[in-house]
Structure formats: C-alpha cells, structure tokens
Design a protein. Structure first.
Length: 313
C-alpha cells in the first residue's frame, strides 16, 4: 500500500470516474487503474463497482476510502512540521467563502496577504455554506469563511466578527421616512431575498418572521445570489432588502440615504473561520485569521447588545 495508491483511490471516489481521476492526478488512465487494482489485490477486496456509471465505491470501499482520506491528511502534516521549523508559510491554501462575504472582505485581504506571504499560493472558491462544509470534509478545501453557528459534527468554528444586518429601502417605501426600524415593520413591505441555498436568506426570514405571499397586485420571484442585484431591484422596483453592513462600507451620501439600521438589539450574523478538526495548513490558516482581524473595524468584534441570527442548512 502506498500514499500514491490512496491518492488515486480518493480521486476516483471524488470524481466517480477513472478517466477524470487520472486527469486530476496527471497520469494516464491505465496507470491509475493498474495502481488501484494492485491495491485491491493486496487488500483482497474490490473498492469500486466498475459496472456502474458513474463509478461508486463498494460497501467495504467506502470504509477504506474514509480511512484513506485520514491517512493522506495526516501525511501532509509532515510537510507542515518542516515548514514550521523553517518559519515559512508556503504551498497552497484552498479557501471556500460564501458569496455574501467574498466581495466585501476578500479584495483587501488577498492583496495584503499575498504581499506578506509571497510563497503561498491561494485558491478561493465562492460556494454556499453547505457546499463549503462538504468540500472541507472531502479534503478539497483547507478552510472556509462562513456564517455560523453551524453545530456541524467534525467542524471547528473560530468566530471572526459580528456583522450587522441593515435594511436598504426604496424612496417609495414608508420606512424611508424613519431613522431606525424594527423587524416587525418589514412584514407589510415587498421584500427582495436571496435565492434558496444561501444561509443569509434563512437569517433574513428568521429576522423578519416573513412569510412570502402573493399580493392582490401579483408578484414574481427573482432568484439571485447577489446582494448587489437585490439593491438594484429595490432602486428600480421599490420595496426593501436586507444586506450585510460590509456591503455598504464606502457608500456615498446618496446611497447611504437608503440605509436603515435596526433598533437594539441589532440583528447580526456571526462570521467564522471553519476547518475540520484534524486540518493541516495550520500556520497559513492562522495567518489568514490574523489578517482578517487586522482589517475588520473594531465595532464588528463586539457582540454586546446584538442578536445573532440563526439559520438551517
């Protein structure tokens, strides 16, 4: 049994195809198949049902693959130890970030981070929380930046900051005349929401206890994963939307005229750095955490008189 064989097995399980797995591992398909066959012979068990398309693990194969992922993850810690001894942060760091955080947090962070650690190669994916957790458990991401609490088995959460939700209000809305608003005032408004799968949608629905109903005038559902699109829909079509506070930082005075904060306790979302419990790249992940904390406004770090909005995956 070799680490290379285990890597090939994991690749087939991930891509459910010997051809795609070979491409990912930069070897020919016959080479990959031969190595997996050798491993199966040495174990005395078939790991994959090759008669099905896409390829699926056998019952014993699932158990072996789960252990193989742990073995490969532990083996990578050897390189981590050597890097710590040298005092350097290098290699790859694969990060998953939810779309309602990425455009407002990452641009400044990435510029500073890569200047400070030029030997580090960062790969960033925008995914939903559910996808990020899945990719972490599969070993395809090193860490994630998501809204918490998740209470997900096998996932560690390190809170970074507490970001207020604010209302972005049309000039035609009665709420435009108010300085601050409360959640129960939103129920009668046309509310623009992110589509299903985004944790912020669930948080907003919990905040407003909002039940979507068709009005007598008729309406339609606009499916988007973009906070900026929601603001534009309010500008053009009236109503309101709920957005994270970081999305309004840097707004001009005319744009801020549409923003309304909520009365205390402020509804907020907790943004955390998440990892698996046996993750590698500890130095790089810690450096990322420190960089985020350095750039986040101080008021975001205090959760007093704030109410953390929950959601369900």
């Amino acid at each position: 049994m070799t680490l290379v064989q285990l890597e090939y097995v994991i690749a087939v399980d991930t891509y459910r195809s010997f051809v795609a797995a070979a491409e990912h591992c930069f070897v020919t398909q016959p080479t990959l198949s031969m190595q997996i066959q050798k491993l199966e012979e040495s174990l005395g068990a078939k790991l994959f049902d090759r008669s099905r398309q896409p390829v699926v693990p056998t019952e014993v194969g699932e158990k072996v693959i789960k252990q193989a992922r742990l073995i490969l993850m532990e083996s990578k810690k050897i390189l981590e130890i050597l890097q710590e001894e040298k005092g350097e942060i290098s290699g790859e760091l694969k990060i998953g970030v939810i779309p309602t955080v990425a455009p407002y947090l990452l641009p400044d962070i990435l510029t500073l981070f890569l200047k400070k650690y030029p030997k580090l190669q960062m790969q960033v994916w925008e995914h939903t929380t559910e996808k990020i957790i899945h990719e972490l458990k599969m070993g395809r991401l090193d860490c994630g930046i998501v809204s918490t609490p998740l209470r997900e088995l096998g996932i560690d959460e390190t809170p970074l900051y507490y970001e207020s939700f604010v209302a972005y209000v049309s000039e035609r809305s009665p709420l435009y005349q108010k300085k601050m608003i409360s959640p129960d005032e939103i129920a009668s408004e046309k509310l623009w929401l992110l589509n299903e799968g985004h944790c912020m949608r669930g948080q907003v629905l919990n905040l407003c206890q909002y039940k979507h109903k068709l009005g007598s005038e008729g309406t339609f559902e606009y499916n988007t994963g973009s906070v900026e699109t929601l603001k534009r829909m309010v500008d053009v079509n009236s109503g309101i939307t709920i957005v994270p506070e970081m999305s309004i930082l840097g707004y001009e005075e005319d744009q801020l005229a549409h923003v309304r904060y909520f009365k205390s306790p402020e509804p907020v979302r907790e943004i955390s750095l998440v990892t698996t419990q046996n993750y590698v790249k500890k130095q790089a992940v810690k450096a990322l955490e420190n960089e985020i904390l350095d750039i986040i406004p101080e008021r975001f770090k205090n959760k007093k008189r704030k109410e953390i909005m929950g959601f369900e995956l």
